[in-house]
Structures are given as C-alpha cells and as structure tokens.
Ligand binder design. Structure first.
Ligand code: AMP
Length: 590
C-alpha cells in the first residue's frame, strides 16, 4: 500500500493529513501544532524560517518575512531578499517542504512524496499551475490539484450518503469560496463555484485592529499605527480577541508597555463585546451573499433545494458567520469536523485513492469519481477585440472543446491566437493566459481557411490549447508563451536551490547543535569542579581544567565566526573533555 499525503496549502495556515487505517489523520508537526502558519522568513544571517518561528520574529524582521503569499500565486509578484527574488511558487515550496518533512517524520517513512494539494475553487489556471510547480519544487509528486470544497465534501464522507445537493461555504484567513456540489451514486460533481479571492479572517483582524488603534488614540493619546512594533502587537491582539469572541460574549485586550505616550508608558487596556465586533464586521460578512447567490444561480437551484450546508475555514467559527449562512440558506450548517482541518483530511482521502488506484483498495473515497469545474470561462480573441468563448465557466472537468475559425484578411498565412480567461465580453477586459501563432495557413481569400481551435482542460484544471488548419491538414505544434508560468528549467533550478538550502540548513543546524552542546559541557564541568573540586584528585582536576579551557577557546568565539577547522577541533576537544569528566558530570548511580 502506497502512502500519500493531502495538503491544504492555505493563505493563513496550512495543514497536512494522511489516511492511516481507513481514516484521515491530521499530522501534528514537531512543535505539536496541527496547522502551520503559512509564513516564511529569511534571517539576516541567511537562515530560512518556516511557520511558527517565522511568525515569532515577524515584528523584528518585517521586510524579510512573507505571509499570505498564496494571494500572489500565478502573478509576477516577487519576494525580494538581499540580491535575490523568490517567486510565490518558491516561497510556497518552503511551506510544502516543511509539511512533507513533518509527514515523513510522523509516518516514519522517508520515501513519501506523492501528494494531493488543494486550491480555492476560484483559482484560475495560472494559480493552479503555480501551485503544482510549488509542489514540484518541494520535491513532491503532485498527483492532483483539487478544489478545497471538493476536499471538504470528501472529508464529510458525503460519498457514502444518498443523492443530495450540498453547499460548501469556506471562509478562511484570506479567501472565500462557495460551491454547490451534487452527489449521486458515488459521483461528486461540483455544479458551480463562486467566491472572492480577497476576503477572509485577515480582513476581520484588520477592522478590529483599527478599532483598537482608535481607542488607543482616544483614551491613551498614543498613535500606535506610527510605531511598527506597537501596531504589530495590536494586530496580533486583534486576532486573538476575534477568536475569543467566537466563544465568549466579551473579551479584554491588555497590552502593557505598548509604547511611550505623551504622559509616559502606555498600558493599553480595552474591552470588546461580541456584539460590537459583529457590527464591525457585518458589512464584510455581507460580502459573501453575492457569491452565494451567484453559485446557486449558476447551479440552477434555489437555496431551499439544498440538502446540506458545510462550513469550512477557521472564520466560520464566528457565530455571526454561521448565523448569516443559516439566514441565507434556511439550513443549520454542519460543523462536526474541525473547519481548519477538514480540507486537508479530504485531500488525504483523495491522495490515498489516487496512490492506490492501481490496486483498487477499498478505502473510503476509493470508488469516488471527482468531477471539478472550470472556474472561469475560456475564450479566444476574435476580430474587433471580442472574447469568443469556447468553454463556459463551471463546465465539468476534464473537458475538451473544438470550434472552427477562419481568417479575417485575404491571403493571411498566419493567425495570432490569444487565449483568455474571464467573464467579460471584450478581450482586453479578461486575463490573457496564453498567446501563440498558427503559421503555414494556405493562401486563400478571407473566410475560406478553416482553423480548428481545441481546448483541453485536464482533471487538475490545467489548460492546453491547440490549433489545426483543416485545409492542409497541417497541424502545427504550438507553444503557449506565458511569462508568468515558470519554465521547466526554472522549476528545475528552483528545486536544486531548495535542495541546496535544505542541505545547508541541515549543516547550519548541526553546527549550532555542536556549539551549544560544547557550551553546555563547559558550563557543566565548571559547575562540577566548583562543587566537588576540593575532593578531586589534583592531577585529574588539572587535566580536566586543561581540556575544558581548550574547549572554551571555541565556545568563547561567535558560532558564525568558527572555521571548518575550528569546528572539527571543537568536536575533538568536546569528546576528550566528556570522556575525561564523565565521572564528575554524570556520577554513576550506586
Ligand atoms: P484557515 O485559513 O481555514 O486556517 O482559517 C484561518 C482564519 O480563521 C484566520 O483568520 C483565523 O484567525 C481564523 N480563525 C481561527 N479560529 C477562529 C475562531 N475560533 N474564531 C474566529 N476566527 C478564527
């Protein structure tokens, strides 16, 4: 049985799970956390920090700390660090690598590399491709990219239930997705999806943080927004208060020594009630109404026809969010699986299914066919800058569609095909995701040549476009040029880079461990001599002191300043000191 992992690569938090026995298990990392903050940082001495350690130093190192990078997937955004630029794929790969390593350690299997990674249903082709590339850079074999709501439906085991229509309402840290899913005879079909790529718990934090900053100015005469450290503490406190207000009616925010105000140190204190918070975020929650209505409209059903509503994403823990969903759909929502973990669990079920498809093991989800949909319409630009659609949004994937086009000018021997993604009627208002030329068309008057343009979208939602001149039967190989996609060469380079850093990080960690261990040994020996020096054999004491001083030569230098020769000598000195002093530092018990 092959082991494969499911990864929810989130904007705010990420999570990894695997099927053990016949149930998905969320894998806690070495630090004991079940979700990993999606934050990466680069320290001034070249170390890369991922997750909690990156969050901890963010205030002190804001320019070299990167959060919510998922918002930039598939764009030309770069993280600029010293002389280097990192793509969103490379930063995401650092998170994926950490999740992979945590899973390997937990499952005690260093060979695990097959994975399913989830993306918001609203992600376009470029964002999906970038996610897949991130997986490759992290040394993962990405079996499939699946939509987060689809994963949630699997986690809830809805495949085992009767025919039904389900809404998945997913409000996380940075994105909102809503999907209507049809489940029937072991087939899960996503009928429609809608959402907002820029709405989530981060926005709630921001609103509450601004409120706290206003209180700070009004009651303490201190403008915390002007002091980066104070503002970072306010934001952190806002998120904490927000989470507390999901289960308490009010909460106290206390931030001693927030800064230096006109009349001395500011010891910030403020009470926030749930109803105050709810009125602050009401208009943000309201923003989810339109995508919900759109998804229902696209699926061609009324809210009353829904059999079930699933709540996914940490922000659905807010009671006002659950209440809003109930008022929109008339149904109480299912929240029985931890909303932060449910997507990773579903991804793990799907990963397990795909990894073991060859031997058709009968685990849950094993006989489920997942049908995702194309999140945005696909078109090509035709005469007059018009976007002519070939694939409608919400078409079930995988899909193939061909249409015949012709030339607009006499004796035209090549055509330029611009591939567009989006819902707008004019080409310029949509996003161009590819651009290629079909050459070698037979010379003929306008309107005579027949050019067949075909779109193929695979199960990952990744698009391939091809074109053929039917007059000559001449099929030309076509390259889709796209600056925003990473080339294979770039991906390979990024993989090598990530591996180099993984090796370097390991060496760096080992160096620190050796150095710390040597320091600990010297301190322990000093303490032992101080304690029992009087009763020790004089010669032995002299020898131990000499060996301790030899080791002290290295420990008293800065770790970073030690040369390779120093490190080797330090290890030898540490070994001989620990041999010599073994009796005094760890006396044998009788
Ligand atoms: P996710 O992307 O699903 O991990 O969701 C992360 C978002 O959920 C963050 O904005 C968190 O602050 C938020 N969140 C987590 N727990 C709670 C809670 N108990 N109440 C409100 N929001 C929460």
């Amino acid at each position: 049985m092959s082991m494969a992992i499911g990864i929810d690569l989130g904007t705010t938090n990420s999570c990894v799970a695997a099927v053990e026995g016949d149930k998905p298990t969320v894998i806690a990392n070495a630090e004991g956390m079940r979700t990993l903050p999606s934050v990466v940082a680069f320290t001034k001495d070249g170390e890369r920090l991922v997750g909690e350690p990156a969050v901890r130093q963010a205030v002190m190192n804001p320019d070299r700390t990167f959060a919510s990078v998922k918002r930039h997937m598939g764009t030309d955004w770069r993280a600029h660090v010293d002389e280097r630029d990192f793509t969103p794929q490379e930063i995401s790969a650092m998170l994926l690598r950490k999740l992979k390593n945590d899973a390997r350690a937990y499952l005690d299997d260093e060979s695990i590399c097959d994975a399913v990674i989830t993306v918001p249903a609203y992600f376009n082709d470029m964002q999906r491709q970038a996610t897949k590339d991130a997986g490759r850079i992290a040394g993962l074999n990405v079996l499939r990219i699946i939509n987060e709501p689809t994963a949630a439906a699997l986690a809830y085991g809805l495949d085992n239930e009767m025919k039904q229509k389900v809404m998945v309402y997913d409000l996380g840290g940075g994105t909102f997705d809503v999907s209507i899913i049809d489940i029937s005879e072991g087939v899960i079909e996503v009928m429609s999806t809608s959402g907002n790529n820029h709405l989530g718990g981060d926005d709630f934090d921001e609103v509450l943080a601004k409120h706290l900053a206003d209180v700070c100015k009004r009651d303490f005469n201190f403008d915390c927004k002007r002091v980066p450290e104070a503002w970072a503490r306010i934001r952190e406190a806002a998120e904490k208060a927000k989470c507390e207000l999901s289960s308490a009616d009010k909460t106290e925010v206390n931030l001693p020594f927030l800064g230096q105000g006109a009349s001395g140190a500011v010891n910030f204190a403020c009470t926030v009630t749930r109803s105050e918070f709810e009125s602050m975020i009401a208009s943000l929650i309201e923003l989810t109404t339109e995508p919900v209505e759109q998804a229902l409209y696209d699926a061609g059903i009324a809210a009353s026809e829904l059999d079930k509503v699933l709540l996914v994403g940490g922000s659905t823990r807010i009671p006002a969010v659950a209440a809003k969903v109930k008022s929109m759909t008339g149904k109480p929502a299912s929240q029985s699986i931890n909303p932060d973990e449910c997507v990773a669990q579903g991804a793990a079920i799907q990963a397990n299914t795909l990894a073991n498809a060859a031997n058709s093991l009968s685990v849950r989800g094993g006989d489920i066919l997942l049908l995702d949909v194309c999140p945005l319409s696909l078109a090509i630009e035709t005469v007059g800058g018009v976007a002519t659609r070939l694939i409608e949004r919400n078409t079930t994937l995988p899909t193939h569609y061909s249409q015949i086009f012709t030339t607009a000018a006499a004796f035209q021997t090549k055509v330029e095909i611009k591939v567009l993604q989006g819902e707008r009627p004019m080409a310029a208002d949509n996003k161009m995701i590819g651009n290629f030329q079909l050459k070698g068309i037979k010379r003929a008057p306008a309107g005579v040549p027949q050019i067949e343009v075909s779109f193929d979208i695979d199960a990952n939602g990744i698009v391939t476009v091809s074109a053929k001149d039917l007059g000559t039967g001449n099929e030309q190989s076509i390259t889709i040029e796209n600056d925003q996609r990473m080339s294979d060469a770039e991906i390979e380079a990024a993989i090598r880079d990530a591996e180099t850093y993984a090796a370097e990080d390991k060496v760096r960690r080992q160096n620190w461990e050796d150095y710390n261990e040597a320091g600990r040994l010297v301190r322990e020996v000093d303490a032992a001599i101080a304690r029992q020096g009087k009763t020790m054999d004089k010669e032995k004491k002299r020898e131990i002191k000499k060996a301790a001083n030899e080791l002290r030569r290295y420990v008293s230098k800065k770790q970073e300043k030690l040369t390779d020769a120093d490190r080797a000598a330090m290890k030898t000195a540490a070994d001989s000191l620990s041999n010599l002093a073994s009796d005094i530092i760890s006396p044998k018990s009788e």
